[in-house]
Design a protein around this ligand. Structure first.
Ligand code: NAI
Length: 330
């Protein structure tokens, strides 16, 4: 059982809270029994988002901050600024940055989002060095290594507390496989490993016990790897996944908070510093505890088909990790 006192003292900061993901994610956080203080930070719009959310009759206190302390924060007259948004945060969720348009890869976002993530993580190093960082901003394969390097440079890096959020890949895998099997998605649990971009996303369908032809396996695997593109195309220039990502981002946050509150056996995927493959960062199931990632778990046997994808993926993933590290170094 978890301790009530720990439950009622959690502060979550959402950076990029006025965006397509940030707003529904903040709403889910506002509804959460695990969150006591919700701080919404963005370069625009957060006083309005926070005022709006604050009318939901739940226990958490909501604040809205803009970069300038004191300028237009909510509640009126509150301190505002990144420092106030971050101080005392247990979890910082980062969906700040630009999303994809049709025809773009996640790596095309690198130039803009790398510096946004770097600046925000520098703030975390200064104001909440003990918080768990949940990084959603793409390309996750590179933004997580950037965050790690920034924290290392500031002398506060804790690999247990820097996570890329790959939960949406698992949500998609469970949804698509459940449809194939005629099952309820909540009865399906696919392990997805690797990273969070195209072929670096590897669902281990062989471990689910589902029967499928070679063609069905190929179609399902590729659909999970490129599931984000379905949404980008359907939104036709208006962005990428926001609602399903808000759900996935909340699920991740809630599990981090449950583990922090002492709940046992919290296992979920995360893209973290990892020694289980040649890639320095890798997404696999992780056991979470009160201090973040307690243990990076293995992922079991790969079928020959999956090993083929794994071998193709690894050079790509390593290159994207190096790109993030090089950016942080310069
Ligand atoms: P959006 O453009 O709707 O919202 C982004 C927000 O970030 C905006 O409100 C913007 O003002 C804010 N922002 C920009 N610079 C900032 C800064 N320096 N400080 C604070 N806030 C800042 O974009 P959306 O759709 O919410 O996507 C956000 C990111 O999430 C994108 O990089 C997207 O690729 C990524 N994403 C990641 C997924 C994953 O599975 N990890 C899935 C879907 C999207």
């Amino acid at each position: 059982m978890f301790a009530r006192s720990a439950l009622s003292s959690a502060k979550v900061a959402v950076l990029g809270a006025a965006g397509g993901i940030g707003q529904p994610l903040s709403l889910l956080c506002k509804l959460s029994p695990y969150i006591d203080t919700l701080s919404c930070y963005d370069v625009v719009g957060t006083p309005g988002v926070a005022a709006d959310l604050s009318h939901c009759p739940t226990k958490s206190h909501t604040t809205g901050s803009l970069p300038d302390a004191g300028a237009g924060s909510w509640p009126e007259g509150s301190e505002g600024g990144l420092k106030a948004a971050l101080e005392g945060a247990d979890v910082v969720v980062i969906p700040a940055g630009v999303p994809r348009k049709p025809g773009m890869t996640r790596d095309d976002l690198f130039n803009t989002n790398a510096s946004i993530v770097k600046t925000l993580v520098e703030g975390c190093a200064e104001h909440c060095p003990d918080a768990v960082l949940a990084i959603i901003s793409n390309p996750v394969n590179s933004t997580v290594p950037i965050a790690a390097e920034v924290l290392k440079a500031k002398g506060v890096y804790n690999p247990k507390k820097v996570c890329g959020v790959t939960t949406l890949d698992v949500c998609r895998a469970n949804t698509f496989l459940a449809a194939h099997m005629g099952k309820d998605p909540s009865d399906v649990d696919v392990t997805v490993i690797g990273g969070h971009a195209g072929i670096t996303i590897l669902p281990l369908l062989s471990q689910t016990g589902a029967t499928m032809t070679d063609e069905e396996r190929e179609a399902l695997t590729v659909r999970i790897q490129f599931g984000g593109d379905e949404v980008v195309q359907a939104k036709a220039g208006a962005g990428s996944a926001t609602l399903s990502m808000a759900y996935a981002g909340y699920l991740f946050t809630e599990n981090v908070l449950k583990a922090k509150a002492g709940e046992k056996d919290i296992v979920m995927p995360a893209y973290v510093e990892s020694g289980i493959t040649e890639a320095e960062f890798f997404a696999s199931p992780c056991r979470f505890g009160p201090d973040g990632v307690e243990e990076v778990l293995g992922y079991g046997e790969l079928s020959d088909y999956e090993q083929g994808w794994f071998d193709k993926m690894l050079p790509d993933l390593k290159a994207q990790i190096q790109k993030g590290k090089d950016f942080a170094a310069n």
